[in-house]
Design a protein around this ligand. Structure first.
Ligand code: IPE
Ligand code: IPE
Ligand code: MG
Length: 240
């Protein structure tokens, strides 16, 4: 049943994940514990995001995806909090533009970009174009929702005239077209759910939940997660 194996998933027991996805949760609680506004947690979380993606690159992880803002966060949280997150995102965009020439990193953005002003959208697309031939890859999920992504994909396929679609057609119409599925999805912050993250792509991803709040997340916990992943047996529905 080779066709049921998600794209790119070629890891067997003992090998490191090729693609790690992080649901970076717990920023608000981290700040609250310190008597600080939620925004302070996002500022700290953005620093940890930079450190962790750097570290994943250093240890040879080929693809990292991070969930930075969901469509539901955007719709439901106070404007002040969303403005802080979008400002932190723009700061990252500026840093990534500065670092692009000297860094072996392809940066991709996944999500509904209609919330951004045209100049920001253009900068996102330009960075994607400038880095597209790099080997390592970072996907930043910003105003991302798995259901929104699927609806957009189906509408794209309908608009192209298709009346019957295959798994390959759907994959090619997702924001993540061409990117292997995550081998493991890590969620910090103690909640055990996906919260609309990578619904199609997570079909056979390993899941790892940790109580650590994202701003407390460390490189050594990444090592621990990779060691745990290496001990897992992925069967994709096959018998032992
Ligand atoms: C994750 O942290 C970041 C975003 C959702 C943008 P939260 O802001 O959800 O933090 P908690 O879960 O309330 O602690
Ligand atoms: C998921 O966290 C989204 C991100 C980490 C960006 P949430 O905090 O929004 O998830 P719920 O609301 O607890 O499910
Ligand atoms: Mg949360």
């Amino acid at each position: 049943m080779e066709q049921n194996k998600p794209n790119g998933a070629e890891c067997s027991v003992g090998s490191a994940p090729r693609h790690i996805a992080f649901i970076m949760d717990g920023n608000g609680r981290w700040a609250k514990k310190r008597g600080m506004p939620r925004e302070y947690g996002h500022v700290q979380g953005a620093k940890v995001f930079r450190r962790i993606i750097e570290y994943c690159g250093d240890i040879g992880i080929e693809i990292v995806t991070v969930y930075a803002l969901s469509t539901e966060n955007y719709a439901k949280r106070p404007k002040k909090e969303i403005d802080t997150i979008l400002t932190l995102f723009e700061e990252y965009l500026t840093d990534a533009e500065r670092d692009a020439p000297s860094r072996d990193l392809r940066v991709c953005f996944i999500g509904d970009r209609s919330i951004f002003a045209p100049d920001i959208r253009e900068r996102m697309a330009a960075l994607e174009r400038a880095t597209m031939s790099r080997k390592k890859r970072l996907n930043v999920a910003i105003n991302y929702g798995g259901r929104t992504e699927l609806v957009a994909a189906f509408n794209k396929l309908i608009a192209s005239g298709k009346t019957n679609v295959t798994e390959a057609d759907i994959e090619a119409a997702l924001y993540t077209a061409g990117c292997p599925d995550p081998d493991i999805i890590v969620r910090t912050g103690a909640e055990m759910r996906l919260s609309n993250f990578l619904l199609w792509q997570s079909a056979y991803s390993e899941l790892y939940f940790t109580d650590t709040l994202w701003p407390d997340f460390t490189e050594s916990e990444v090592d621990k997660i990779i060691a745990d992943f290496k001990g897992r047996k992925r069967r994709y529905g096959a018998a032992e």
